[in-house]
Design a binder for this molecule. Structure first.
Ligand code: E4P
Length: 223
């Protein structure tokens, strides 16, 4: 199981990378636009912050396979370290994934709504597929069930492509895709923070501390 931060905000990435077991950062055009700065500047800062070994995901915007391939070459030349290009699972995207795989550029097939889109992307050489769990749920589908189906298909056909589930509105969805066989998840900062924070844990810690200081005095510690 690997956890990625779904954000392009430097301050949030800095904090989460210090506190949590983070494997990398996923961005998308919406997240980069929110930062309101030149996108390459933001991506280079993220790279410096997380180091060369952690994966950084950047989405291509081209409409045709040729445009996507050209953009992917540019992105992977400009950024150091492990860069994965996110390519939407359109027909042109699938053609681009095949070409990029042949060139040794790693891809994540994004905007996945069905198990068959994931299967086509994996067969074309994508390293990851990103099912959009909450967006599927919003369309009255079942995002977790789609993840389950993808996991079953990949296992049946012995595909090495990994599922990087994305688009979550709450921790319950993250919990369920992990149980459904998603090897990796990318999660927004506010939901990552809910993975550990729990009211009972906080109040237990306060109780222990209070009992200790009542017994040994306000400035005591067990060191
Ligand atoms: C991942 O990289 C996706 O772009 C992202 O999780 C989409 O999330 P949203 O549906 O909350 O916009």
């Amino acid at each position: 199981m690997r956890l990625y931060i779904d954000s392009a905000n430097i301050e949030k990435i800095k904090k989460l990378n210090q506190y949590y077991p983070i494997s990398g950062v996923t961005t998308n055009p919406t997240l980069l636009v929110k930062e309101n700065r030149p996108y390459l500047e933001v991506l280079k800062e993220i790279r410096t912050m997380i180091g060369e070994e952690k994966e950084l995901f950047v989405q291509a915007l081209g409409d045709t396979a040729e445009e996507i391939v050209e953009e992917s070459r540019y992105i992977t030349n400009e950024l150091s370290g492990k860069v994965i290009v996110k390519v939407p699972v359109t027909e042109e995207g699938i053609r681009a994934i095949k070409q990029l795989t042949a060139e040794g550029i790693q891809t994540l097939a994004t905007t996945v709504y069905t198990a068959f889109q994931a299967l086509m992307a994996a067969m074309s050489g994508a390293k990851y597929v990103a099912p959009y769990v909450n967006r599927i749920d919003n369309l009255t589908g079942n995002g977790v069930a789609v993840v389950e189906e993808i996991a079953k298909l990949f296992a049946t056909y012995e595909l090495t492509c990994e599922i990087l589930s994305a688009s979550f509105k709450n921790l319950q969805q993250v919990h369920n895709v992990c149980l459904a066989g998603s090897e990796t998840v990318t999660v927004a900062p506010d939901i990552i923070e809910k993975m550990v924070a729990f009211p009972s844990t906080a109040s237990d810690v306060v109780d222990f501390k209070q009992q200790w200081t009542e017994a040994f005095g306000p400035n005591s510690s067990n060191l």
